[in-house]
Every structure is written in C-alpha cells, then in structure tokens.
Design a protein around this ligand. Structure first.
Ligand SMILES: CC(C)(COP(=O)(O)OP(=O)(O)OC[C@H]1O[C@@H](n2cnc3c(N)ncnc32)[C@H](O)[C@@H]1OP(=O)(O)O)[C@@H](O)C(=O)NCCC(=O)NCCS
Length: 186
C-alpha cells in the first residue's frame, strides 16, 4: 500500500459515526443546505430547494427521528466537526421488515473519503439487528455519483417514479437492497 493510501486510511479512522441528538439538528440543517446547493444547483430550482429545506429540515420536523424506535439517524464527525449525516427509518409493511434511507448527505469537501460507506455500514448493521430484511433508497435520476455509490453498495434498480418538489416534478430512481445476517458482522 502506498503512502497516500495509508494516510487516507488513518484519516478515515478519525471519523466517528454516532446517533444524532436534538442539539445536532441546526448543524444537520446547515450541512443539508450546503450539500443540496452543490448537488442540485443545476437540477432543482433555487426557490424549490429553499422551500423544501426550510420545511424538511426545521428542527421540530426532524425531531421525530431522534431517539425514536424505528429511526436510525446518524451523524459523522471529525476533529469535533460534523461533516455529514444519514437517516434510515422503518417503512410500513404488514409482513416484511422494510426500511428506507431517507437522507444521506456528506459535505462536498469530505466526499470520496469513505464516509458515506461508513455511514451505510453502520446503518445496515443496525437494520440487520432490528430484523429489517430490505432497505430502499430513492435518488434523483440525474444524480450519477449517488447512483453509482448505491449500486456499489449492493442496491439494485427497483422502479422510477416522479415526485413534486414545489413547482417542478423530480424524477427519482428507487433502489432496493437486501439486508442480511452478513450486515450484522461487517
Ligand atoms: C453520495 C454520497 C452520500 C456518498 O458519500 P461519500 O462519503 O462521498 O462516499 P464514499 O467516499 O464512501 O464513496 C464515494 C466514492 O469515493 C471513493 N472512495 C472511498 N474512499 C476513498 C478514499 N479513501 N480515497 C479515495 N476515494 C475513495 C469510492 O471508491 C467511491 O466511489 P463510487 O462512488 O464510484 O462508489 C456523498 O457523495 C454525497 O453526500 N453526495 C451529495 C449528496 C447526495 O447525492 N446524497 C444522496 C442523496 S440520495
């Protein structure tokens, strides 16, 4: 292994994935604003982004996901600074344990360092222990980086659907991944 790869590995070791708390919510909203701007500036109109973020990331609207059964809401920190978050929740199904990854955002300058992978791994482990059998995620069809990322982590195409976002309709690709016993030990 060359020197660069080794130094990147030790950097990754310094990242801490932990459960989100109420006091994290304003910083989670800030990270969402920065990362949405970088990710969706060409595909989602500014006013639609702003309205969605104001509503979806209002601390009182996120609070249900904290310390709640059937929610697995994580933040990642390095050097005492939060750099990303991921939120899984149980999705109702009468007979099968199903969950959805509803948000996963890493600050642009911290992407491509293995943080997203670490967050997924932590989440899959918790889902597996909770008896979840399948995890879904929906991603904007034009978001090639995220689609490749999910495909690399075992998600496969399930369906394409549209969703209103303010004054526009966004095309989303829904992926599905089996959660297995292997995820418990990884
Ligand atoms: C998609 C996203 C969550 C992935 O998180 P991430 O931390 O960048 O993901 P990782 O670093 O684990 O993996 C990303 C790539 O970096 C590469 N990588 C991982 N560790 C690395 C390292 N130490 N050095 C260099 N490259 C590395 C991986 O090969 C991977 O490539 P791939 O995407 O082709 O599979 C993140 O990029 C993000 O927040 N994007 C913008 C918002 C978004 O699209 N969110 C998803 C909405 S559904």
């Amino acid at each position: 292994m060359d020197e660069t790869a080794l130094s990147e590995m030790s950097t990754i070791d310094q990242y801490v994935v932990r459960r989100a708390t109420y006091s994290d919510l304003p910083e989670i909203a800030r990270i969402a604003r920065v990362t949405w701007e970088a990710t969706y500036n060409e595909t989602i109109a500014p006013e639609n982004r702003r309205e969605f973020l104001e509503r979806a990331y209002k601390p009182e609207n996120l609070a249900d996901g904290i310390d709640a059964p059937d929610h697995w809401f994580y933040v990642v920190e390095t050097e005492g600074k939060m750099v990303g978050f991921g939120h899984f929740l149980r999705r109702y199904h009468p007979t099968r344990g199903r969950a959805e990854l509803v948000r996963l955002y890493i600050l642009p300058e911290y992407q491509n360092r293995g943080i997203g992978a670490a967050l997924l791994k932590t989440g899959f482990k918790a889902l597996s222990k909770a008896g979840i059998e399948q995890c879904f995620v929906s991603v904007q069809s034009t978001n090639q980086g995220a689609r490749r990322f999910y495909e690399r982590h075992g998600f496969t195409y399930h369906r394409t659907h549209g969703q209103f976002l303010g004054t526009q309709i966004v095309t989303l690709v829904e992926y599905i991944r089996d959660i297995t016993q292997t995820d418990t030990v990884q």
